[in-house]
Design a protein around this ligand. Structure first.
Ligand code: ZN
Length: 88
């Protein structure tokens, strides 16, 4: 009787731990999914921002897909440095 009680308690502890591990695994999977989603979204945004150029003279933002070092501003015709456009 004493042995059975001990065994039952052991099983209960294991079940409790199993539930804890299961909940932890679910949390880890959700966390990983959200991190992966954020990383994928950030890399896509970074790629989009690489082609975004802002003119220093007229502050006109335009997309340049040519890959030239100094793309011409379509607004005022000035060669524009390909500086990273701030996200703020
Ligand atoms: Zn311009």
């Amino acid at each position: 009787m004493r042995l059975w009680h001990h065994g039952n308690r052991m099983f209960r502890l294991e079940l409790h731990e199993l539930l804890f591990v299961y909940a932890g695994l679910c949390l880890v999977i959700i966390l990983l999914a959200s991190v992966l989603h954020n990383v994928r979204r950030n890399s896509r945004e970074r790629h989009a921002h690489r082609t975004l150029v802002k003119c220093h003279l007229c502050a006109f933002e335009f997309r340049d897909e040519t890959g030239a070092d100094l793309p011409m501003c379509p607004c005022c015709g000035t060669p524009v440095n390909r500086d990273p456009v701030s996200r703020l």
